[in-house]
Design a protein. Structure first.
Length: 124
């Protein structure tokens, strides 16, 4: 064997393989931004929650123009890929189906690795 050529020990090879594999197991996410309106007008100060089974929820709050961005683990990091039930809570509570993740008619699809624009319209 050539003594001038560097050798990688088994521990280094295992460490490299572990780091490479860790990136493959990371859940896929996409950034999400949008606007919430009712009767064509922005809905301000509404708390939005995107719910999908098996993943943490993603949350955002609408501004004065009804615009929002979602955060899951870090500010504005988006949501996990997949189909989400969209829950909307306003103050005071309205008691409408938008407040219940099992009854809300609003759904949103998030695609991993993309900036997803989700414009939501409510009728109550």
């Amino acid at each position: 064997m050539d003594s001038k050529r560097p050798r990688l020990g088994p521990a280094v090879i295992v460490a490299i393989a572990f780091v490479a594999a860790a990136g493959c197991w990371r859940p896929q996410m996409g950034t999400v931004a949008g606007r919430l309106t009712k009767d064509g007008k922005p809905v301000a100060n509404a708390a939005l929650t995107f719910v999908t089974p098996g993943h943490p929820t993603s949350v955002g709050t609408t501004d004065a123009d009804g615009r929002f961005t979602l955060s899951t683990r870090r500010l504005n990091d988006g949501a996990y890929a997949g189909q989400h039930a969209v829950v909307i809570r306003r103050d005071p509570p309205t008691g409408d189906p938008y407040e219940d993740p099992l009854k809300t008619p609003l759904k949103a699809e998030v695609i991993a690795g993309r900036h997803n624009v989700v414009d939501l319209v409510i009728d109550r």
